[in-house]
Design a protein around this ligand. Structure first.
Ligand code: PLP
Length: 398
């Protein structure tokens, strides 16, 4: 066997890396996990009832393109949530095993071997959800990191790229609301990106899996901006999930919406390699997309956590209240040192920002940050935030 392979040089994944950093040390208090973004609020009880009701479906291979019920529920949700004209459930949506699977496989399906005679570039925000980088490599493209810092509103500045870079680009990933910073793309931001995609002929993969967790104003959806500006729907893929919206990360249930040709390409690849959602999960997912009451309740729980964070961390220098999502992106001197210190002094486990970012010519935008997930119970979160606040104030004064 010949090594290294295309993936041998991948950095160790964030969570084993965190265990290597922290586990040799004793926690300075009751361990509190604020590192992993696993939703913990209750999921709607009817989801389990629906799975039970359709349990006989475990006996069958599920349809690759999704059941009509699920595709219809998704299409109607898109129309309601993003004010879209008719979304054809037969040609414009495809259920996924969570957005992660789609964010990866769509790059394989759609990135060409060459773009304008060169190896294509795939643009990624930096820091970023790590799946994008591996997708870019798997597709044989060059992952190209765009620093998303406070100076760029915590979103990548695509318009600042030279024309040659954009001409070589096959796909641009964008994440809004963003993980880890909780920044939200405005309609104007999306308009600029859509214009660039048309001019330089690349796809946009919009990861909007946090779109339902916000304070007051629902984040813009790229599909609605594309509709308003008359952009070719084949350019834009929007990814959504029940994982965060409905606290069902274990359902592995999401979808992608795009133009009919793109959906055909994705179905084709999936027909050969995919593992579609089990039928009972598809049937239950249809019911979950159709219900908003539990989503409103979920949002209210997060809103209270945001308020708590603002109250406790408001005085921490450089603290920027997140607009949406469920992470805090907190500036510190050195993210790794801060995560270690917090663990050793209080048992609070947070993720060093650099575990989600890459070195670039203009530095590593995650190095001076920690990412804190607001998924635990409120009183636990309060304990964690107080420890983080004390630590931040101490480090500023030292
Ligand atoms: C930014 C982002 N995108 C995608 C995902 C994948 O979520 P799922 O596959 O559960 O939909 C996550 C999960 O944490 C995420 O943070």
């Amino acid at each position: 066997m010949q090594y290294p392979t295309r993936f041998s040089a991948l950095p160790e994944y964030a969570f084993p890396r965190l265990r290597t950093l922290l586990d040799p040390h004793r926690p300075g208090g009751r361990p509190l996990h604020m590192s992993i973004g696993e939703p913990k609020h209750p999921f709607p009880a009817f989801a389990a009832t629906e799975v039970q009701k359709h349990a006989a479906g475990f006996n069958r291979y599920p349809p690759n393109e999704g059941t009509p019920e699920l595709r219809q529920a998704i299409a109607r949700w898109l129309e309601r949530r993003f004010d879209l004209d008719h979304v054809d459930e037969n040609t414009r949506v495809m259920p996924l095993n969570g957005t992660r699977e789609g964010l990866f496989n769509a790059a394989l399906a759609l990135s060409p071997e060459q773009k304008n005679g060169q190896q294509p570039l795939i643009l990624l925000p930096n820091p970023f959800y790590q799946c994008y980088m591996v997708a870019a490599r798997a597709a044989g493209a060059v992952p190209t990191y765009l620093n998303a810092t406070q100076a760029t509103g915590f979103l990548p500045d695509f318009a600042a790229l030279p024309a040659e870079t954009l001409d070589r680009t096959s796909i641009a990933y964008v994440c809004s609301p963003s993980n880890p910073q909780g920044a939200v793309a405005t309609r104007d931001y999306y308009k600029t990106l859509l214009k660039l995609a048309e001019k330089h002929d690349f796809f946009i993969f919009a990861d909007e899996c946090y779109s339902e967790i916000y304070r007051d104003t629902p984040p813009a959806g790229i599909l609605s901006v594309a509709q308003e500006t008359g952009v070719d729907p084949e350019r834009v893929l929007a990814f959504h999930s029940l994982s965060k919206r409905s606290n069902l990360p274990g359902f592995r249930s999401g979808f992608v919406a795009a133009g009919p040709k793109v959906i055909r390409e994705l179905r084709q690849l999936r027909g050969y390699t995919g593992a579609p959602l089990p039928l009972p999960i598809q049937m239950a997912s249809a019911k979950v997309w159709a219900d908003e009451a539990h989503v409103r309740e979920n949002r209210a729980l997060y809103r209270a956590k945001f308020d708590l964070a603002d109250r406790i961390l408001g005085n921490v220098p450089g603290y920027v209240p997140p607009q949406a999502g469920f992470f805090l992106w907190i500036p510190v001197n050195d993210g790794e040192a801060a995560a270690l210190e917090l663990w050793k002094t209080s048992g609070v486990r947070v993720l060093p920002g650099a575990y989600l970012s890459q070195e670039t010519g203009s530095g590593n935008p995650g190095r001076g940050y920690i990412r804190v997930a607001l998924v635990a119970e409120p009183d636990e979160i309060e304990r964690g935030l107080r420890a983080i606040g004390d630590f931040s104030i101490r480090s500023v004064n030292s």
